[in-house]
Design a binder for this molecule. Structure first.
Ligand SMILES: Nc1ncnc2c1ncn2[C@@H]1O[C@H](COP(=O)(O)OP(=O)(O)OP(=O)(O)O)[C@@H](O)[C@H]1O
Ligand SMILES: [Mg+2]
Length: 349
Protein backbone atom coordinates (compact mmCIF):
# COMPACT_ATOMS: atom_id res chain seq x y z
CA UNK A 1 0.00 0.00 0.00
CA UNK A 2 1.26 3.40 -0.85
CA UNK A 3 2.00 5.75 1.99
CA UNK A 4 -0.80 8.22 1.68
CA UNK A 5 -3.58 9.35 3.91
CA UNK A 6 -6.99 9.60 2.34
CA UNK A 7 -10.26 10.99 3.48
CA UNK A 8 -13.54 9.58 2.21
CA UNK A 9 -13.59 12.24 -0.45
CA UNK A 10 -10.27 10.94 -1.59
CA UNK A 11 -8.03 13.93 -1.01
CA UNK A 12 -4.62 12.33 -0.79
CA UNK A 13 -1.70 14.02 0.92
CA UNK A 14 1.45 12.33 -0.43
CA UNK A 15 1.25 9.49 -2.96
CA UNK A 16 4.75 8.49 -4.05
CA UNK A 17 4.70 6.17 -7.03
CA UNK A 18 6.27 3.07 -5.57
CA UNK A 19 4.98 1.02 -8.47
CA UNK A 20 7.77 2.28 -10.67
CA UNK A 21 10.44 0.02 -9.14
CA UNK A 22 8.12 -2.66 -7.75
CA UNK A 23 7.90 -6.16 -9.23
CA UNK A 24 4.68 -6.96 -11.08
CA UNK A 25 3.12 -9.88 -9.21
CA UNK A 26 -0.05 -10.43 -11.22
CA UNK A 27 -0.73 -9.39 -14.80
CA UNK A 28 -4.26 -10.10 -15.96
CA UNK A 29 -5.41 -9.09 -19.45
CA UNK A 30 -8.88 -9.64 -20.87
CA UNK A 31 -9.93 -12.33 -18.46
CA UNK A 32 -13.23 -13.86 -19.58
CA UNK A 33 -15.22 -16.61 -17.89
CA UNK A 34 -18.25 -18.45 -19.25
CA UNK A 35 -20.29 -21.22 -17.73
CA UNK A 36 -21.25 -23.38 -20.68
CA UNK A 37 -22.23 -20.84 -23.36
CA UNK A 38 -23.15 -18.15 -20.87
CA UNK A 39 -20.56 -15.36 -20.51
CA UNK A 40 -20.23 -14.34 -16.85
CA UNK A 41 -17.08 -12.21 -16.76
CA UNK A 42 -16.12 -10.13 -19.78
CA UNK A 43 -12.61 -8.79 -20.15
CA UNK A 44 -11.19 -8.03 -16.71
CA UNK A 45 -7.68 -6.54 -16.90
CA UNK A 46 -5.38 -5.32 -14.15
CA UNK A 47 -1.86 -5.50 -12.80
CA UNK A 48 -0.88 -5.96 -9.17
CA UNK A 49 2.54 -4.89 -7.96
CA UNK A 50 4.47 -5.64 -4.77
CA UNK A 51 2.99 -3.80 -1.80
CA UNK A 52 -0.03 -2.67 -3.81
CA UNK A 53 -3.73 -3.12 -3.01
CA UNK A 54 -6.16 -3.30 -5.91
CA UNK A 55 -9.82 -3.14 -4.92
CA UNK A 56 -12.74 -4.74 -6.77
CA UNK A 57 -16.10 -3.25 -5.92
CA UNK A 58 -19.59 -3.93 -7.20
CA UNK A 59 -22.98 -5.16 -6.12
CA UNK A 60 -23.88 -8.79 -5.65
CA UNK A 61 -23.71 -10.80 -8.87
CA UNK A 62 -21.29 -8.51 -10.69
CA UNK A 63 -18.65 -11.25 -11.11
CA UNK A 64 -16.10 -10.39 -8.43
CA UNK A 65 -15.81 -13.88 -6.95
CA UNK A 66 -15.93 -15.64 -10.33
CA UNK A 67 -13.03 -13.46 -11.56
CA UNK A 68 -10.87 -14.25 -8.54
CA UNK A 69 -11.73 -17.95 -8.50
CA UNK A 70 -10.76 -18.03 -12.20
CA UNK A 71 -7.31 -16.64 -11.36
CA UNK A 72 -6.97 -19.29 -8.64
CA UNK A 73 -8.27 -21.95 -11.06
CA UNK A 74 -10.87 -22.98 -8.54
CA UNK A 75 -14.02 -22.81 -10.63
CA UNK A 76 -16.11 -25.89 -11.44
CA UNK A 77 -15.23 -27.89 -14.55
CA UNK A 78 -17.86 -26.33 -16.79
CA UNK A 79 -16.21 -22.91 -16.44
CA UNK A 80 -14.32 -21.80 -19.54
CA UNK A 81 -11.53 -19.35 -18.77
CA UNK A 82 -9.76 -17.31 -21.44
CA UNK A 83 -7.36 -14.39 -21.22
CA UNK A 84 -4.80 -12.75 -23.45
CA UNK A 85 -2.46 -12.81 -20.45
CA UNK A 86 -2.57 -14.36 -16.98
CA UNK A 87 0.82 -14.21 -15.31
CA UNK A 88 2.20 -14.54 -11.81
CA UNK A 89 5.63 -12.89 -11.58
CA UNK A 90 6.13 -13.41 -15.32
CA UNK A 91 5.03 -17.05 -15.22
CA UNK A 92 2.16 -17.99 -17.52
CA UNK A 93 -0.66 -19.38 -15.43
CA UNK A 94 -2.89 -20.28 -18.37
CA UNK A 95 -0.51 -23.04 -19.39
CA UNK A 96 0.50 -23.97 -15.82
CA UNK A 97 -0.08 -27.61 -14.88
CA UNK A 98 -2.49 -28.59 -12.12
CA UNK A 99 0.53 -29.64 -10.08
CA UNK A 100 2.12 -26.20 -10.43
CA UNK A 101 -1.16 -24.60 -9.34
CA UNK A 102 -1.18 -26.84 -6.27
CA UNK A 103 2.29 -25.58 -5.39
CA UNK A 104 1.29 -21.95 -5.80
CA UNK A 105 -2.16 -22.01 -4.18
CA UNK A 106 -2.10 -21.40 -0.45
CA UNK A 107 1.58 -20.44 -0.57
CA UNK A 108 2.74 -17.85 -3.13
CA UNK A 109 -0.85 -17.03 -4.13
CA UNK A 110 -3.39 -17.30 -1.40
CA UNK A 111 -7.08 -16.56 -1.12
CA UNK A 112 -9.41 -15.58 1.67
CA UNK A 113 -12.74 -17.01 0.58
CA UNK A 114 -16.04 -15.25 0.92
CA UNK A 115 -17.49 -18.34 2.59
CA UNK A 116 -15.13 -19.78 5.25
CA UNK A 117 -16.64 -23.27 5.11
CA UNK A 118 -15.58 -23.66 1.46
CA UNK A 119 -11.96 -23.32 2.56
CA UNK A 120 -12.04 -25.21 5.84
CA UNK A 121 -12.29 -28.98 5.95
CA UNK A 122 -15.03 -29.91 8.44
CA UNK A 123 -13.42 -33.21 9.48
CA UNK A 124 -10.03 -31.78 10.44
CA UNK A 125 -9.22 -29.46 13.32
CA UNK A 126 -8.25 -25.93 12.41
CA UNK A 127 -4.74 -26.58 13.73
CA UNK A 128 -4.30 -29.73 11.62
CA UNK A 129 -5.33 -27.80 8.51
CA UNK A 130 -2.87 -24.97 9.04
CA UNK A 131 -0.08 -27.39 10.05
CA UNK A 132 -0.77 -29.46 6.94
CA UNK A 133 -0.67 -26.36 4.69
CA UNK A 134 2.63 -25.15 6.16
CA UNK A 135 4.22 -28.61 6.02
CA UNK A 136 3.10 -29.25 2.45
CA UNK A 137 4.51 -25.99 1.15
CA UNK A 138 7.56 -25.56 3.31
CA UNK A 139 8.52 -29.07 4.37
CA UNK A 140 9.18 -28.03 7.98
CA UNK A 141 8.81 -30.34 10.99
CA UNK A 142 5.42 -30.86 12.64
CA UNK A 143 6.63 -28.99 15.73
CA UNK A 144 7.67 -25.91 13.74
CA UNK A 145 4.50 -26.03 11.65
CA UNK A 146 2.41 -26.17 14.84
CA UNK A 147 4.21 -23.13 16.19
CA UNK A 148 3.55 -21.33 12.90
CA UNK A 149 -0.14 -22.25 13.17
CA UNK A 150 -0.22 -20.89 16.71
CA UNK A 151 1.42 -17.65 15.62
CA UNK A 152 -0.99 -17.36 12.68
CA UNK A 153 -4.06 -17.75 14.92
CA UNK A 154 -2.61 -15.23 17.35
CA UNK A 155 -1.98 -12.72 14.56
CA UNK A 156 -5.64 -12.70 13.52
CA UNK A 157 -6.71 -12.02 17.09
CA UNK A 158 -7.97 -15.46 18.11
CA UNK A 159 -7.79 -15.56 21.91
CA UNK A 160 -6.42 -18.68 23.66
CA UNK A 161 -4.98 -19.79 20.32
CA UNK A 162 -3.38 -22.93 21.80
CA UNK A 163 -6.79 -24.32 22.73
CA UNK A 164 -8.53 -23.16 19.54
CA UNK A 165 -5.95 -25.03 17.48
CA UNK A 166 -7.70 -28.28 18.40
CA UNK A 167 -11.20 -27.04 17.53
CA UNK A 168 -13.08 -28.33 14.52
CA UNK A 169 -14.47 -25.55 12.29
CA UNK A 170 -18.07 -26.23 13.46
CA UNK A 171 -17.02 -25.58 17.06
CA UNK A 172 -16.13 -22.02 16.16
CA UNK A 173 -18.45 -19.04 15.73
CA UNK A 174 -18.80 -17.54 12.24
CA UNK A 175 -16.42 -14.68 13.01
CA UNK A 176 -13.87 -17.03 14.57
CA UNK A 177 -14.00 -19.37 11.55
CA UNK A 178 -13.46 -16.39 9.26
CA UNK A 179 -10.36 -15.46 11.24
CA UNK A 180 -9.10 -19.07 11.23
CA UNK A 181 -9.40 -19.08 7.46
CA UNK A 182 -7.55 -15.78 7.21
CA UNK A 183 -4.83 -17.27 9.43
CA UNK A 184 -4.56 -20.24 7.09
CA UNK A 185 -4.36 -18.00 4.01
CA UNK A 186 -1.55 -15.97 5.56
CA UNK A 187 0.38 -18.81 7.24
CA UNK A 188 2.83 -19.22 4.33
CA UNK A 189 3.41 -15.47 3.83
CA UNK A 190 1.91 -15.24 0.32
CA UNK A 191 3.24 -12.86 -2.34
CA UNK A 192 -0.30 -12.35 -3.62
CA UNK A 193 -3.41 -12.40 -1.47
CA UNK A 194 -6.87 -12.39 -3.03
CA UNK A 195 -9.21 -11.37 -0.25
CA UNK A 196 -12.89 -11.91 -1.13
CA UNK A 197 -14.95 -9.90 1.34
CA UNK A 198 -12.50 -10.81 4.11
CA UNK A 199 -14.05 -8.79 6.88
CA UNK A 200 -17.79 -8.56 6.24
CA UNK A 201 -18.64 -11.27 8.81
CA UNK A 202 -16.52 -9.60 11.47
CA UNK A 203 -17.35 -6.87 13.95
CA UNK A 204 -15.70 -3.50 13.45
CA UNK A 205 -12.92 -3.95 16.01
CA UNK A 206 -11.78 -7.26 14.54
CA UNK A 207 -12.25 -5.85 11.04
CA UNK A 208 -9.85 -3.01 11.83
CA UNK A 209 -7.38 -5.48 13.35
CA UNK A 210 -7.43 -7.70 10.23
CA UNK A 211 -6.99 -4.75 7.89
CA UNK A 212 -4.08 -3.56 10.00
CA UNK A 213 -2.53 -7.04 9.83
CA UNK A 214 -2.87 -7.08 6.03
CA UNK A 215 -1.29 -3.64 5.89
CA UNK A 216 1.64 -4.84 8.03
CA UNK A 217 2.18 -7.81 5.70
CA UNK A 218 2.15 -5.47 2.75
CA UNK A 219 4.86 -3.39 4.29
CA UNK A 220 6.93 -6.23 5.74
CA UNK A 221 6.75 -8.78 2.90
CA UNK A 222 5.65 -6.44 0.05
CA UNK A 223 2.59 -8.66 -0.37
CA UNK A 224 0.19 -7.56 -3.12
CA UNK A 225 -3.52 -7.74 -2.33
CA UNK A 226 -6.64 -7.91 -4.43
CA UNK A 227 -9.34 -6.69 -2.07
CA UNK A 228 -12.92 -7.53 -2.99
CA UNK A 229 -15.38 -5.58 -0.93
CA UNK A 230 -18.79 -3.94 -0.83
CA UNK A 231 -17.43 -1.42 1.62
CA UNK A 232 -16.30 1.80 -0.02
CA UNK A 233 -14.90 2.88 3.36
CA UNK A 234 -12.42 -0.02 3.12
CA UNK A 235 -11.61 1.06 -0.45
CA UNK A 236 -10.88 4.64 0.51
CA UNK A 237 -8.62 3.79 3.42
CA UNK A 238 -6.99 0.62 2.14
CA UNK A 239 -6.70 0.38 -1.63
CA UNK A 240 -4.40 2.11 -4.09
CA UNK A 241 -6.42 1.39 -7.17
CA UNK A 242 -10.01 0.32 -7.65
CA UNK A 243 -11.99 -1.45 -10.34
CA UNK A 244 -15.75 -1.01 -10.27
CA UNK A 245 -17.52 -4.08 -11.67
CA UNK A 246 -21.03 -4.23 -13.01
CA UNK A 247 -22.77 -7.25 -14.59
CA UNK A 248 -19.51 -9.02 -15.46
CA UNK A 249 -17.67 -5.95 -16.77
CA UNK A 250 -15.25 -3.45 -15.31
CA UNK A 251 -16.99 -0.10 -15.77
CA UNK A 252 -14.44 2.14 -14.07
CA UNK A 253 -10.76 1.70 -13.20
CA UNK A 254 -8.65 4.38 -11.55
CA UNK A 255 -6.56 5.24 -8.50
CA UNK A 256 -8.92 5.03 -5.50
CA UNK A 257 -8.55 8.71 -4.71
CA UNK A 258 -9.67 9.69 -8.24
CA UNK A 259 -12.71 7.46 -8.05
CA UNK A 260 -13.79 9.25 -4.88
CA UNK A 261 -12.97 12.76 -6.03
CA UNK A 262 -14.19 12.47 -9.63
CA UNK A 263 -16.11 9.32 -10.58
CA UNK A 264 -16.66 9.03 -14.35
CA UNK A 265 -19.31 6.31 -14.49
CA UNK A 266 -22.92 6.83 -13.33
CA UNK A 267 -22.79 3.46 -11.53
CA UNK A 268 -19.82 4.61 -9.46
CA UNK A 269 -21.64 7.86 -8.76
CA UNK A 270 -24.60 5.83 -7.52
CA UNK A 271 -22.41 3.67 -5.29
CA UNK A 272 -20.76 6.76 -3.80
CA UNK A 273 -24.14 8.40 -3.22
CA UNK A 274 -25.20 5.26 -1.31
CA UNK A 275 -22.48 5.60 1.33
CA UNK A 276 -24.12 6.37 4.66
CA UNK A 277 -22.89 9.61 6.15
CA UNK A 278 -23.11 10.56 9.81
CA UNK A 279 -24.27 14.07 8.83
CA UNK A 280 -27.20 12.88 6.74
CA UNK A 281 -30.62 11.61 7.62
CA UNK A 282 -30.07 7.89 7.06
CA UNK A 283 -33.74 7.31 6.34
CA UNK A 284 -33.29 9.23 3.12
CA UNK A 285 -30.18 7.32 2.06
CA UNK A 286 -29.84 6.99 -1.70
CA UNK A 287 -30.12 3.54 -3.26
CA UNK A 288 -29.55 2.77 -6.95
CA UNK A 289 -32.96 1.62 -8.22
CA UNK A 290 -33.31 -1.98 -9.40
CA UNK A 291 -30.77 -4.80 -9.25
CA UNK A 292 -27.85 -6.19 -11.27
CA UNK A 293 -29.30 -8.11 -14.26
CA UNK A 294 -28.49 -11.84 -14.33
CA UNK A 295 -26.01 -12.98 -17.02
CA UNK A 296 -28.80 -14.62 -19.05
CA UNK A 297 -30.91 -11.45 -19.18
CA UNK A 298 -28.59 -8.58 -20.00
CA UNK A 299 -29.96 -5.42 -21.61
CA UNK A 300 -29.06 -5.08 -25.32
CA UNK A 301 -27.07 -1.82 -24.98
CA UNK A 302 -25.22 -0.48 -21.97
CA UNK A 303 -25.70 -2.99 -19.16
CA UNK A 304 -26.34 -0.23 -16.64
CA UNK A 305 -28.82 1.69 -18.83
CA UNK A 306 -32.06 0.43 -17.20
CA UNK A 307 -30.86 1.70 -13.80
CA UNK A 308 -28.93 4.76 -14.90
CA UNK A 309 -30.19 8.17 -13.77
CA UNK A 310 -28.37 9.77 -16.72
CA UNK A 311 -29.38 7.35 -19.49
CA UNK A 312 -30.28 8.69 -22.95
CA UNK A 313 -31.84 6.86 -25.90
CA UNK A 314 -28.46 5.95 -27.51
CA UNK A 315 -27.54 4.07 -24.31
CA UNK A 316 -30.20 1.48 -25.17
CA UNK A 317 -28.12 0.25 -28.07
CA UNK A 318 -24.57 1.51 -27.34
CA UNK A 319 -22.14 -0.90 -25.71
CA UNK A 320 -19.54 1.42 -24.21
CA UNK A 321 -16.06 -0.01 -23.82
CA UNK A 322 -13.62 0.81 -21.05
CA UNK A 323 -11.66 3.77 -22.41
CA UNK A 324 -9.28 6.37 -21.02
CA UNK A 325 -11.18 9.40 -19.78
CA UNK A 326 -8.46 11.14 -17.79
CA UNK A 327 -4.95 10.57 -16.59
CA UNK A 328 -4.71 6.97 -15.42
CA UNK A 329 -8.51 6.81 -15.35
CA UNK A 330 -10.79 4.60 -17.44
CA UNK A 331 -14.55 4.33 -17.64
CA UNK A 332 -17.09 2.56 -19.84
CA UNK A 333 -19.79 5.17 -20.40
CA UNK A 334 -20.94 6.86 -23.59
CA UNK A 335 -20.60 10.22 -21.75
CA UNK A 336 -16.81 9.79 -21.85
CA UNK A 337 -16.50 9.04 -25.55
CA UNK A 338 -16.79 12.63 -26.69
CA UNK A 339 -20.26 11.70 -27.92
CA UNK A 340 -22.49 14.76 -27.83
CA UNK A 341 -26.13 14.07 -27.30
CA UNK A 342 -28.48 15.87 -29.70
CA UNK A 343 -30.46 18.59 -27.89
CA UNK A 344 -33.76 16.73 -28.09
CA UNK A 345 -32.22 13.68 -26.41
CA UNK A 346 -31.14 15.43 -23.24
CA UNK A 347 -32.59 13.46 -20.39
CA UNK A 348 -35.04 11.95 -22.85
CA UNK A 349 -35.79 8.51 -21.53
N1 LIG B 1 -20.85 -22.10 -10.60
C1 LIG B 1 -21.62 -21.23 -11.25
N2 LIG B 1 -22.39 -21.61 -12.29
C2 LIG B 1 -23.18 -20.75 -12.95
N3 LIG B 1 -23.25 -19.42 -12.66
C3 LIG B 1 -22.51 -18.99 -11.63
C4 LIG B 1 -21.65 -19.85 -10.87
N4 LIG B 1 -21.03 -19.10 -9.91
C5 LIG B 1 -21.48 -17.84 -10.08
N5 LIG B 1 -22.37 -17.77 -11.10
C6 LIG B 1 -23.04 -16.55 -11.58
O1 LIG B 1 -22.05 -15.62 -11.95
C7 LIG B 1 -22.48 -14.29 -11.63
C8 LIG B 1 -21.38 -13.61 -10.84
O2 LIG B 1 -21.28 -14.24 -9.58
P1 LIG B 1 -20.19 -13.86 -8.49
O3 LIG B 1 -20.28 -14.88 -7.40
O4 LIG B 1 -18.87 -13.66 -9.12
O5 LIG B 1 -20.75 -12.45 -7.97
P2 LIG B 1 -20.10 -11.50 -6.88
O6 LIG B 1 -19.80 -10.21 -7.58
O7 LIG B 1 -18.98 -12.18 -6.20
O8 LIG B 1 -21.33 -11.27 -5.89
P3 LIG B 1 -21.38 -11.20 -4.29
O9 LIG B 1 -21.11 -9.76 -3.95
O10 LIG B 1 -22.79 -11.60 -3.96
O11 LIG B 1 -20.37 -12.13 -3.74
C9 LIG B 1 -23.78 -14.42 -10.89
O12 LIG B 1 -24.84 -14.13 -11.79
C10 LIG B 1 -23.83 -15.87 -10.47
O13 LIG B 1 -25.13 -16.35 -10.39
MG1 LIG C 1 -18.69 -12.89 -4.32
Amino acid sequence: MQTSTRSRTGTATETPDRKADATCLLDVRDLCVSFGDLPIVNGVSFTLHEGEVVGIVGESGSGKSVSSLAIMRLLPRQARITASRLEFMGEDLLSASERRYEELRGAAISMIFQEPMTALNPVLTVGEQIVETVRRHEGVSRRIARQRALDALGRVGIPAAAQRLDDYPHQMSGGMRQRAMIAMALACNPRVLIADEPTTALDVTIQAQILELLQDLQEEFRMGTVMITHDLGVVSSFTDRVMIMYAGQVVEDAPAQNVFSGPRHPYTEGLLASIPSSEEDTERLYAIPGTVPPPFDLPPGCRFEPRCSDARPPCRTARPRLIACGEDHMAACIRNTGYTFPEDMNGGR
